[in-house]
Ligand binder design. Structure first.
Ligand code: F6P
Length: 323
């Protein structure tokens, strides 16, 4: 079984995440360590359709462990997700001599990997997204870096808020999930956090802000998850109803870039090594996951069927520790 896989393909897909480069480096170097050939595919599945690929050496992945983004580039590719697209991608990979593909990305990228596996092409997925919204894995590469970036930005916004006695309504990324938002809210001591996972009433929030103003509080941070949005409206409503000068700020793409934290570099290195080890053991169509602090693996079909519980304990922490 071990000798069956001689050439491993690797691509990064979907939104870039800090630590993708560290995972790529680990995939390439583990493959080379075990005498395998590694081919890097540029621009995700789009590159597979366009035969945009190149054999990677130790030197190609030198000096990238500390870099954000992805040196392989990435794309979201609609054409790939048609049956003809998947077939063409599998044919191109086979024609390039690739025996199995390691996919670094989020949920959408894993669905692409699943489609390839259903066309008989072996895959392994590594979870990379700042959103931490992949149901099967407690942790996704890039989450810790994005948390720290957002936390640093909100600490700075807080300085201005406290100097001017203002309120800032800050939108944090996360697509439809509030994992980034709730963790950042706790870490920055945000007075309010609005999440897609929790119902809220703007009137209650106004009442809370007014009540704490009466107790002497003079500045506020309201963290709003991307899945809620509407920060301009929320800011206007707060200003109108409480009389506190309120400004909206969207942290935007600064949360996606930047040098990965130690945690992201280490998890990425472990996951990259694990992905190649699985292939060498003859295990394919797996997703590498982070479960109870261990790096383990799951069948890709099962992995994609799982949903993650929201951390309600953190919601309680956020509510009890503010005001
Ligand atoms: O998945 C990462 C992420 O940054 C989400 O938080 C956000 O909703 C989305 O990607 C934005 O994607 P794009 O850059 O393709 O518009």
């Amino acid at each position: 079984m071990v000798n069956e896989i001689k050439t491993i393909g690797v691509l990064t897909s979907g939104g870039d995440a800090p630590g993708m480069n560290a995972a790529l480096r680990a995939v390439v170097r583990t493959g080379l360590h075990y005498g395998k050939k590694v081919i890097g595919i540029y621009n995700g599945y789009k590159g597979l359709l366009e035969n945009d690929m190149k054999e990677l050496t130790y030197r190609d992945v030198s000096g990238i462990i500390n870099r954000g983004g992805t040196v392989l580039k990435t794309a979201r590719c609609k054409e790939f997700l048609t049956p003809a697209g998947v077939q063409k991608a599998a044919d191109n990979a086979r024609a390039a001599g690739i025996d199995a593909l390691v996919v670094l990305g989020g949920d959408g990228s894993f669905r692409g990997a699943l489609a390839l596996s259903q066309h008989g092409f072996p895959v392994v997925g590594i979870p990379c997204t700042i959103d931490n919204d992949i149901g099967c894995s407690d942790y996704t590469i890039g989450f810790d870096t994005a948390l720290n970036t957002a936390c640093d930005a909100i600490d700075k916004i807080r300085d201005t808020c406290s100097s001017h006695d203002r309120c800032s309504v800050v939108e944090v990324m996360g697509r439809n999930a509030g994992y980034l938002a709730i963790n950042v809210a706790v870490a920055t001591g945000a007075e309010v956090c609005l999440l897609p996972e929790k119902k809220f009433d703007l009137t209650d929030i106004m009442d809370k802000i007014k009540e704490t103003t009466e107790k002497g509080k003079t500045h506020f941070i309201v963290v709003v998850a991307e899945g809620i949005g509407g920060i301009e409206f929320i800011a206007k409503t707060i200003e109108k109803q409480t009389g506190i000068a309120t400004r909206p700020s969207n942290l935007g793409y600064i949360q996606r870039g930047g040098s990965p934290t130690v945690k992201d570099r280490v998890v990425a290195s472990k996951m990259g090594l694990k992905a190649v080890s699985l292939l060498l053991e003859g295990k394919t169509n797996r997703v590498v996951i982070y479960k109870d602090t261990n790096i383990v693996d799951l069948d890709i079909v099962e992995a994609l069927s799982l949903q993650k519980d929201f951390d309600n304990e953190l919601v309680d922490v956020a509510e009890i520790l503010t005001y």
